[in-house]
Design a protein around this ligand. Structure first.
Ligand code: SF4
Length: 329
């Protein structure tokens, strides 16, 4: 029985406008300074679309997820779903959206109640969100565990700490999909999986998207998976989007030095660029007094980069880049 295609296709759009999220970080024994984890991020995801979000650890991807899913309060900007502003709603106001918007967490162990068996962890949202009776819930748990390649007879009675990271990651995907969401933020959903299972999960996500028009933000530092699943790609560095475009543009002709460095690092450079590989030097450092946040790591930096704040500019037909030297480079 195909249980996943009973729902009508969604036509809803998720829009994020100029979103800012700051945390206060301790800089000395007595003082704290704001750290901008998400810096004026805007993006739009029509139903049935997949946006890929790439960047190094700590670039703000997970914080962006929390802002979208109302797991933290934003400082400014908007999250608009189906025409309604949903940022900073109270828990009860957000409840109807919680049913439609799901998240697969990067660290699955922390997203499960350690005292609850896997079967129960999947049953509870099916009762609360899809209002299924006990028998229907059992069938659905069996169906979704099979779908992610886990044997229900073996896994329904296991506790999270009795499972490997990869198995738990698959349960996380099953839990998010079982409630038939309209949007899912997938934060490194395949990082703990071996290659064959990874392909199986990615294909499952695509199949479901085809049937239900569910939209995804797919975060991964495995750029090969992003290239396979996403239609549009956003590259993030220190809270800012530094480049966005179709996956063909970003993967085949990256314009921002940081995007090009990421691609060089993962051996995805096209033949055209093999003579001009770009390395990003050193570690991510949050500098408050430089114009371009990549200034200290960029091989192309000039004095102007240090002094002038870089804005995201449309350089060619919807291709956005935050670097005044991008086309010249
Ligand atoms: S603005 Fe300057 S420092 Fe920043 S990415 Fe472009 S060339 Fe590099």
């Amino acid at each position: 029985m195909d249980q996943s295609c009973q729902k009508e296709k969604s036509t809803k759009v998720l829009e994020i406008e100029n979103l800012v999220k700051e945390y206060l970080v301790k800089v000395s024994l007595v003082s704290k300074e704001p750290f901008r984890a998400v810096d004026r991020v805007s993006l739009k995801i029509p139903s049935g679309d997949t946006v890929g979000l790439v960047g190094e650890s700590g670039c703000g991807k997970s914080t962006l997820a929390k802002c979208i899913l109302n797991l933290t309060r934003v400082n400014s900007g908007k999250v608009i779903y189906d025409g309604e502003e949903i940022q900073n709603l109270s828990d009860s106001e957000f409840l109807p959206y919680r049913e439609k918007m799901q998240m697969v967490f990067q660290s699955p162990l922390y997203s499960f109640n350690p005292m609850m068996k896997v079967g129960q962890a999947l049953m509870d949202p099916l009762r609360m969100i899809r209002h299924l009776n006990h028998r229907e819930r059992e069938e659905m748990v069996e169906y979704y565990l099979n779908l992610v390649g886990l044997d229900p007879t073996e896994f329904v009675s296991k506790y999270p700490n009795e499972m490997s990271g990869g198995q738990l990651q698959r349960v996380g995907v099953a839990r998010a999909l079982a409630v038939e969401p309209e949007f899912v933020f997938l934060d490194e959903p395949t990082s703990a999986l071996d290659m064959s299972i990874r392909g199986q999960i990615v294909n499952l996500l695509l199949e479901l998207q085809e049937k239900q028009s569910v939209s995804y933000i797919f975060v991964s530092h495995d750029l090969r998976v992003v290239r396979y699943i996403a239609n549009r790609v956003f590259v993030m560095y220190l809270g800012e989007i530094v480049e966005s475009g179709s996956k063909e543009d970003v993967f085949e002709r990256p314009l921002h030095p940081y995007s090009r460095g990421l691609l060089t690092a993962t051996f995805l450079g096209s033949k055209r660029r093999t003579d001009k590989k770009i390395e990003i030097k050193g570690e991510v450092v949050q500098e408050t007094n430089v114009g371009c946040k990549l200034y200290n790591r960029c091989s192309y930096a000039k004095d102007r980069c240090k002094e002038e704040k870089q804005e995201l500019k449309d350089v060619e037909g919807g291709r956005l880049v935050r670097c005044w030297r991008a086309l010249e480079i």
